[in-house]
Design a binder for this molecule. Structure first.
Ligand SMILES: [Zn+2]
Length: 316
């Protein structure tokens, strides 16, 4: 027994692999782009990453995968928008190819697990995680265990409606006014573009005038550079996020809500206005003592969570 496992975070564009020991120290990591976007290309890239990690680390006990899909308890990918994994019996297929025990779960669930076991919410038993990226991923750890819903499809917190007649949601979601419309990377980009048009002499406004596309990343960058207009755009998204957090707090009464992902890289600039909304609107016994914190692992969260999944042999 070496106590070493491999954790793989399979994102929409790239794959991050890490070798982790029992203390969750990352001993080796590698990042690679998908070899091809069809199923064979995706699976081959995963096998390649595991083989490489094994050649460096030696004996490996198990492999954990975080994939951008809803995963049923038997390890079948049920619904996947970013990778061609829908209907694939992922666990079985990978066990055959790798000849190792394989465990698989949704990437946002695993990010929550990483933060609850070893990150910003370490040691707490009721933790909600939101990952603000292209969409919004949600993960729930309740009573110390991942909550997956009746069919493994639970915790899509980004599709919580905060405006009944709001704009249509993204991707396959038939909803309107979901939190994801406002507080994802594209949502931050829209808030920034609106602010830039209204304040053409600001740094953000000049970026727009120079022909730059105002994405969430651009807004974050310019806000971190000190532009008050970009900072107010971030704060406005923070207040929308706060409205979503009020519902999360009232429904789950967690000890901590952890916020991560690329669209949250402004940190306190986004979280402080969100906390103010929660302080004003959540039920008092629920909001008292509630931590709203930035993620500790960020880009590593899914990979570390996949390692936790492998170390616990799926029992988490
Ligand atoms: Zn939605």
């Amino acid at each position: 027994m070496t106590g070493r496992v491999i954790g793989i975070d399979a994102g929409g564009t790239k794959l991050l692999a890490g070798v982790l020991d029992e203390r969750l120290d990352v001993q080796h990591r590698s990042l690679r782009l998908w070899r091809g976007r069809d199923l064979a290309g995706v699976l081959d890239t995963m096998v390649e990453a595991v083989d490489e990690a094994r050649s460096v680390a030696g004996d490996i006990e198990a492999v954990g995968f975080g994939i951008p899909a809803l995963v049923s308890p038997d390890g079948v990918a049920r619904f996947s928008t970013h990778l061609p994994l829908e209907g694939v019996h992922f666990r079985l297929l990978m066990e055959e190819r790798l000849e190792l025990p394989v465990f698989v779960d949704n990437d946002a669930n695993l990010a929550a697990l990483a933060e609850q076991r070893a990150g910003s919410a370490s040691g707490l038993s009721d933790v909600v995680m939101l990952t603000l990226g292209t969409g919004i991923g949600g993960g729930l750890v309740l009573g110390g265990r991942l909550y997956r819903g009746s069919r493994g499809l639970g915790a899509e917190l980004g599709h919580m409606v905060i405006e009944m007649d709001g704009p249509p949601c993204q991707g396959n979601c038939p909803g309107r006014g979901c939190l994801e419309v406002y507080a994802s990377g594209p949502g931050l980009g829209r808030a920034g573009a609106h602010a830039a048009a209204a304040s053409p002499t600001s740094a953000l406004g000049r970026a727009l005038a120079s022909g730059q596309v105002i994405t969430g990343e651009v807004v974050s960058e310019i806000a971190l550079g000190g532009d008050p207009v970009a900072q107010e755009a971030v704060a406005s998204v923070g207040r929308r996020l706060g409205v979503g957090l009020v519902t999360i707090a009232n429904v789950f009464n967690p000890e901590a809500i952890v916020v991560g992902g690329g669209a949250a890289r402004t940190g306190e600039m986004l979280l402080e206005p969100a906390r103010a909304v929660v302080a004003a609107r959540a039920l008092p016994p629920v909001r008292d003592g509630l931590l709203i914190v930035h993620a500790a692992f960020d880009a590593d969260a899914g990979m570390v969570g996949a390692g936790v999944l492998a170390l616990s042999r799926g029992d988490c």
